[in-house]
Design a protein around this ligand. Structure first.
Ligand code: SF4
Length: 192
């Protein structure tokens, strides 16, 4: 496991961060707000270091899917839509819409115009259940809503990444990842 991650450039063991991200919200859903860090850090690194070090070495999600994905020599060819930009555009649109919905609905909850949705909802449309909470910290409704929406978005995209990893190869998700797509749009000295 570690050898393959060293070979693909990722620092070994970072997959633990992904696992922690999905388990800490069982203590309190407020931990789901760490999604903001996951979204901001790649861009901070890129703009300060002028290199996409995140995708090369530090991405916990790529580490996670690498660990569970098909191993080298057992790769399955990805469909054309992974390489012709179709799926990349589709997922970027989905990601953007998701962020707009999250922002808009959180503002509406904060203004008292709608009730919060304190449960997981996969792919914007599939309502599931609230997480059991080890510590039931009292937080405002909009924060509760925002935490669940971010957790749902991260879970939905990770499930897709896991599916691609099991079906094709460990880092198949990287070919269409919205964060990776946006990182590539920022001019740097070099891009992966
Ligand atoms: S493309 Fe996405 S999943 Fe892959 S390393 Fe970059 S940020 Fe992580």
């Amino acid at each position: 496991m570690n050898i393959s991650q060293k070979r693909n450039g990722l620092i070994p063991g970072l997959f633990i961060i992904t696992i922690l991200y999905f388990f800490l919200p069982f203590i309190s859903i407020i931990f789901a707000l760490a999604a903001f860090l996951c979204m901001a850090i790649p861009f901070i690194i890129l703009t300060t270091k002028k290199k996409n070090l995140w995708c090369r070495h530090y991405c916990p999600r790529a580490s996670f899917t690498s660990v569970i994905g098909r191993k080298k020599g057992n790769y399955k060819k990805t469909p054309k839509m992974f390489n012709d930009g179709y799926l990349r555009k589709l997922l970027l649109t989905y990601f953007t819409m998701n962020l707009i919905f999250i922002t808009g609905s959180t503002i509406q909850v904060a203004l008292g115009n709608m009730a919060s949705m304190p449960y997981i909802r996969l792919f914007i449309a599939i309502p599931l259940f609230p997480l059991p909470q080890l510590y039931d910290i009292t937080i405002s409704q909009w924060l509760l809503h925002l935490s669940y929406r971010l957790y749902s978005m991260m879970l939905s995209s990770t499930l897709l990444g896991v599916w691609f990893a099991l079906r094709y190869r460990g880092r198949a998700w990287c070919a269409v990842c919205p964060v990776g797509t946006l990182l590539k749009k920022i001019p740097t000295r070099e891009n992966i």
